[in-house]
Ligand binder design. Structure first.
Ligand code: THU
Length: 130
């Protein structure tokens, strides 16, 4: 399955009984492997996790630490964009500032932006070195 097909398929598994908003994410790692995640909500609302976080956790568990491309999909009027926290999470593992993130909705509308466009002037480990 392609990155977009994987994201669309995993979205079906989202646990979103509170928001009713199912999200699917798929990321490609440097070795070519694809890792999927969906949002997993909780009755204690702040304990819920985003689709991107699930995909990143699956990638790291599989032994990969570099994302070369990402795809996020939801049933939204405009292509969904990753939330602020997920932008920071993606930046942690992005292969570089040009890493493409494709955002999509179920109607087939897609938009691609780079990591740096989605999170300009990101806080990174360089800020911690004096
Ligand atoms: N959500 C994601 O999974 N990813 C995002 O980037 C935006 C929001 C989820 C969290 C919550 O379960 C639902 O969408 C509504 O906010």
């Amino acid at each position: 399955m392609s990155l977009s097909e994987t994201a669309r398929a995993v979205r079906e598994h989202a646990h979103a009984p509170y928001s009713g908003f199912k999200v699917g994410a798929a990321i490609q790692a440097a070795d070519g492997s694809i890792h999927a995640g969906c949002n997993v909500e909780n009755v204690s609302y702040p304990e819920g996790t985003c689709a991107e976080a699930g995909a990143i956790a699956a990638m790291v568990a599989a032994g990969q630490t570099r994302i070369t491309a990402a795809h996020v999909i939801a049933d939204s009027p405009r292509p969904i964009t990753p939330c602020g926290g997920c932008r920071q999470k993606l930046a942690e593992f992005a292969a570089g500032p040009d890493m493409p993130i494709t955002m999509a909705n179920l109607d087939g509308v897609e938009r691609t932006m780079t990591m740096a466009e989605l999170l300009p002037d990101a806080f990174d480990r360089g800020h911690m070195i004096r």
